[in-house]
Write a protein that binds this ligand. Structure first.
Ligand code: TYD
Ligand code: MG
Length: 456
């Protein structure tokens, strides 16, 4: 057996280096390199050495008849939706999110509901003692659900336990960072441990037909700690997100081999666990009688589902010489900088001497590119101190030229807006109105500024 070689592995991106450095040259993270034993010396690696020879594989045509397994309902329609229509047997799903966002709560509730529906479910907790999980189950009113529960951190023990009986329909591993595989040296939570433990669990899922759900914690900068390397190993990656202080939580699919991405499920955290929000379209609107400058409603499209959100912009003029702040909650800060530059260059509206704040109300994070025009309208409305009428909304992508470009699914957005009582929309030229909702076409940021100036 070869002597194990030491190497330094970045705990953020997984790249390996021969010497320690303060900053990872691949992802730029500071202090993220940790010494780990190289994986080449294990019996596992030797078994898979090319010299040992392999077996001849059956090669089949693409149209070979395959039986698609029926998806399982998790008991949460919102979770099923994020998964693309239910849990696929034999698949591996990663659920990531900040500590305390509600991953364990969501999965314990789903486990309880599935078990009550007669599906065998196993829950392995590496973070909490079995009694703690039981207490939580009692608080959630699930104490009588026939979920099989164990506190465990050894992948070997878990697989031995699972292999002893019929494979459950769903296995929950909470969390992957606490699991330890004996295929490799190293402490749980390191990149190579997380990778090895996941690989074993995922292979077992494929072989047994059980769906395995891995819980992963996210670091401050929004990456799944260490196991970003995990994202390509699993079939689906869901992020559970939300502003900690807000009640609402959004489960967002960022990768799905069995369905669309950007599909979201919406939940509210209540005293007895997570409740589904079946019709979230107006959830993130703040209710107000009077239009205020800087507030504009945007019909976002999350996957296939329209959600109306309110954008709030505030600009504050500063004395000359002071460095103005730009702060964004719920949107991309560099995209805001770009829009400010476009407004300045193409419409002559300067923000250089002002602080700019942008907030997406309700704690939703907007990723839809059609939000540009709504943000621009909020900024222009704030800086000119002219309100956009409260029954008017805005959407459209803005190019660096200042031109407003058409966006996907305009009709779907407008239909939802009409249902909620909106009567007009600032939208790219060529967009057709829907029912009582009429469209005011906006061709460029200059046209937008002129339109709002005319209202002043
Ligand atoms: P948890 O599921 O433990 O988070 P994670 O597994 O993602 O780390 O969520 C814990 C939080 O949820 C905690 O701050 C309390 C809150 N909570 C409720 O508000 N109501 C409840 O019924 C439960 C079980 C938790
Ligand atoms: Mg947890």
């Amino acid at each position: 057996m070869a002597k194990p070689q030491l190497k330094f592995v970045c705990q953020s991106c997984g790249s390996a280096h021969s010497k320690w450095m303060g900053q990872c040259p691949d992802c730029g993270a500071w202090n993220s390199l940790q010494q780990e034993a190289s994986a080449t010396a294990t019996p596992f690696a030797q078994k898979h050495s090319l010299k040992a020879g392999g077996r001849v594989l059956d090669m089949l045509p693409l149209d070979a008849v395959v039986e698609l397994p029926t998806r399982l309902a998790t008991g949460f329609a919102e979770l099923d939706r994020a998964l693309g229509g239910g849990l696929v047997p034999g698949s591996a799903v990663l659920i990531g999110g900040d500590p305390g966002i509600g991953k364990s709560t969501l999965l314990l509730q789903a486990a309880g509901r599935m078990a009550r529906a007669g599906l065998p479910v196993a829950y392995f907790s590496g973070e909490e003692a079995a009694d703690q999980v039981r207490l939580r189950a009692r608080r959630l009113g699930l104490a009588d659900a026939p979920v099989r529960l164990a506190a465990a951190t050894s992948v070997r023990d878990i697989l031995t336990t699972l292999s002893a009986g019929a494979p459950p329909a769903m296995v929950i591993i909470d969390s992957i960072q606490t699991m330890h595989s004996d295929q490799l040296e190293g402490a749980p939570g390191t990149v190579s441990q997380v990778r090895a433990a996941s690989l074993e669990l995922i292979s077992w899922a494929k072989a047994s037909g059980s769906a395995v759900i891995l819980v992963g914690h996210v670091t401050k900068d929004g990456q799944i700690a260490g196991p970003r390397v995990l994202e390509h190993m699993v079939d689906a990656v869901l992020y559970f997100e939300g502003e900690g202080r807000h009640q609402y939580r959004v489960l967002r699919a960022v990768k799905n081999r069995f369905g669309g991405t950007d599909e979201i499920g919406v939940f509210a955290m209540e005293s007895d666990g997570l409740a589904e929000v079946r019709n979230p379209s107006s959830l993130f609107l703040t209710h107000r009688e009077q239009a205020v400058p800087g507030a504009v409603v945007f019909p976002a499209l999350e996957g296939t589902r329209p959600v109306l959100v309110e954008l709030q912009a505030l600009t504050v003029r500063l004395p000359t010489g002071a460095t103005p702040r730009r702060a964004v909650v719920g949107w991309d800060g560099s995209r805001l900088a770009m829009l400010l530059a476009v407004l300045e260059a193409r419409a002559g509206l300067g923000f250089g001497g002002s602080e700019v704040y942008l907030n997406v109300a309700g704690g939703l994070r907007v990723v839809d590119p059609a939000v540009d025009l709504a943000v621009a309208a909020a900024l222009v409305s704030a800086v000119l101190d002219v309100p956009v009428p409260s029954d008017c909304l805005a959407f459209g992508e803005i190019a660096l030229s200042g031109e407003v470009r058409p966006t996907a699914h305009a009709a779907l957005r407008l239909k939802e807006a009409e249902k909620l009582g909106f009567t007009s929309a600032l939208a790219p030229p060529g967009t057709k109105g829907v029912g009582k909702l009429s469209v005011s076409p906006v061709a460029s940021v200059r046209a937008l500024v002129d339109r709002l100036k005319a209202r002043a």
